[in-house]
Ligand binder design. Structure first.
Ligand code: PML
Length: 267
């Protein structure tokens, strides 16, 4: 088996078995101790509270990563002129997703999309034409995993977005780049389940990652992700790609701060 010298490091923190935070990196061996410290501190000082358990998993990558360019990032300059329903309706239309289906998925995410009404650890897979959920386990969902950004590209991202940079945003746009690069996925909706992180996003294939401020009310510990797919998909292949194929971002795209109407016209 071909090996390379990159390691995946994953952190998962919980309290009384309830998920608090998670993050992951792909690094060379000489970076492992530094990154373990960073991820441990991220787990210990999370706004959702103190964990009673922190799991760290370090493993040599079995496969070489695929290198991708980060999605273009958009910021809606006139966000406050619209309700969240108006923004999402426009964006679903742009992605050619029936807005009734899209909005019902949004409502499911902010009320806890697992059958128990709790937050799913992974994402839903949603058929954009029927609204049918295709993930085999509706409690767990599917998890996009094994992705990171190179230090040089992260520096370029920080320069590109300036003061709007947050670690959550970096992780999210990296994840969404991996997700959208799969041929069956046409869009992704994400709402953080951190109660004080109210910026979410909707990514559209061919356009990019659109940040949405105040996508949910402040203080709400609900959220999650939905991957919208179209047509007949190879579900096994999709899940295998999301959960096992390593992806490294080594280039950044554009950053645009513009009114919603011009973002919609953008591609
Ligand atoms: C999460 O916390 O899991 C999702 C973070 C979404 C970040 C959105 C952004 O700031 O662009």
């Amino acid at each position: 088996m071909k090996r390379n010298n990159l390691f995946s490091i994953k952190m998962r923190a919980s309290s009384e078995r309830e998920h608090i935070s998670g993050a992951e990196r792909i690094v060379p061996e000489n970076e492992i101790s530094k990154v373990v410290k960073e991820l441990t501190e991220r787990a210990l000082y999370h706004p959702k509270g103190k964990p009673d358990s922190i799991h760290l998993k370090i493993e040599l990558l079995e496969k070489s990563p695929i290198y991708l360019k980060l999605l273009d990032i958009y910021e809606i300059a006139d966000r406050e002129n619209y309700t969240i329903k108006e923004i999402l309706t426009e964006l679903f239309k742009k992605a050619k997703i029936d807005s009734n289906i899209g909005l019902s998925i949004y409502r499911a995410l902010i009320s806890g999309a697992s059958p128990a009404g709790t937050v799913m650890r992974g994402a839903m897979i949603v058929d954009c034409q029927t609204g049918i959920r295709l993930e085999p386990d509706k409690f767990r969902g599917i998890r996009a995993s094994y992705m990171d950004i190179t230090p040089e590209a992260e520096e370029n991202l920080k320069n590109l977005v300036g003061e709007r940079f947050t670690p959550n945003m970096k992780d999210a746009v990296v994840l969404s780049t991996k997700v959208l690069s799969h041929p069956d996925v046409i869009a992704e909706l994400c709402i953080s389940d951190d109660p004080d992180y109210t910026t979410g996003y909707f990514s559209i294939k061919g356009l990019g990652y659109i940040r949405i401020r105040n996508i949910k009310p402040y203080g709400l510990s609900k959220g999650g992700r939905a991957f919208f797919v179209k047509g007949k998909i190879n579900r096994k292949g999709l899940i295998e790609y999301m959960e096992t194929t390593p992806v490294l971002i080594n280039k950044v795209g554009n950053y645009t701060f513009a009114p919603l109407s011009s973002i919609i016209l953008g591609a």
